[in-house]
Design a protein around this ligand. Structure first.
Ligand SMILES: N[C@@H](CCC(=O)N[C@@H](CS)C(=O)NCC(=O)O)C(=O)O
Length: 205
C-alpha cells in the first residue's frame, strides 16, 4: 500500500492507523500547493479531488476520505480492536464519531487555516468548535477514549485534528480531560513512528 500524505494534515490519521496495525506501506509526500508528489508525479492523476489522504492499494485501487480509509484499514485486522465489527451497533457508534469529527471539527476548523479570515468570522468558528469540545470533555469523564477504554480509529482522527488547535490560538487546556486525552494518545508508539516517518520524507522538489 502507498499513503499519499502532507505533513501536519489529516493524512496523519490513517498514517497512525497503519502504524497501529503494523502493516507495511510506502509514503508519498504531496505538496498541497503545487499538487506535485515526492515521486515526481501529479497528485491529481492519483486523486482528482486534489487533497490528502489517498491510499493506493496493492490492486491499484485508490481510496480517499479519511473516515473511509481508516475503516478499510481496521477491517484488514479485525482482531486489532481498532474498529468494532461491521453490522454491529458499536460500529455505527464509531461511524457516528468519525462523522462528527469530519463534519463538525475537521470541516469546522478548516476555515481557520485562512490567515485573512476576519476576526468576527474566526470567533464564530471558534465558538462553535468550543461547543464540540465541551461534548467530548463530558464524554471523557468516564472513559479514556471516544469509544470506551480502548483506542480506535476515531481516536487517531480526533487526535490529528485537535493537534491543529494550538495554531488557531485555541488552548485545549480549557478542556482538561481533552488535554489529558491528547497527552495519552501522543505517547502511543504509533504516533511517534508516523511522525518520524513523515519527517524523513523531504519536501517535494
Ligand atoms: N473530505 C476529506 C478532506 C481532506 C482534506 O481536507 N485534506 C486537506 C488536508 S487536511 C488537504 O489536503 N487540502 C488541500 C486542498 O484541499 O487543496 C477527508 O476527510 O479526507
Amino acid at each position: 500500500m502507498k499513503l499519499y500524505f502532507a505533513p501536519a494534515t489529516c493524512s496523519l490519521s490513517p498514517h497512525i492507523v497503519l502504524q497501529e496495525l503494523g502493516l507495511p506501506y510506502d509514503l508519498v509526500r504531496v505538496d498541497n500547493r503545487t499538487k506535485r508528489t515526492s515521486e515526481g508525479g501529479d497528485f491529481l492523476s492519483t486523486n482528482p479531488k486534489g487533497y490528502v489522504a489517498a491510499l493506493v492499494l496493492d490492486t491499484g485501487d485508490v481510496l480517499t476520505e479519511g473516515p473511509a480509509i481508516v475503516q478499510y484499514l481496521a477491517d484488514l485486522k479485525l482482531y486489532s480492536g481498532l474498529a468494532p465489527a461491521n453490522g454491529t451497533l458499536e460500529r455505527v457508534r464509531l461511524q457516528e464519531w468519525l462523522n462528527y469529527i469530519t463534519s463538525e471539527i475537521h470541516s469546522g476548523s478548516s476555515p481557520l487555516f485562512n490567515q485573512d479570515l476576519p476576526k468576527t468570522v474566526r470567533d464564530l468558528f471558534t465558538t462553535k468548535l468550543s461547543r464540540r469540545f465541551d461534548l467530548i470533555e463530558t464524554g471523557l469523564a468516564t472513559q479514556d477514549y471516544l469509544m470506551g477504554n480502548h483506542f480506535t480509529v476515531a481516536d487517531a482522527y480526533l487526535f490529528t485534528v485537535l493537534g491543529w488547535m494550538k495554531g488557531f490560538g485555541i488552548d485545549l487546556g480549557r478542556w482538561p480531560r481533552v488535554a489529558a486525552y491528547m497527552r495519552r494518545v501522543e505517547v502511543r508508539p504509533s504516533v511517534a513512528a508516523a511522525l518520524e516517518r513523515e519527517a524523513a520524507v523531504p519536501p517535494v522538489a
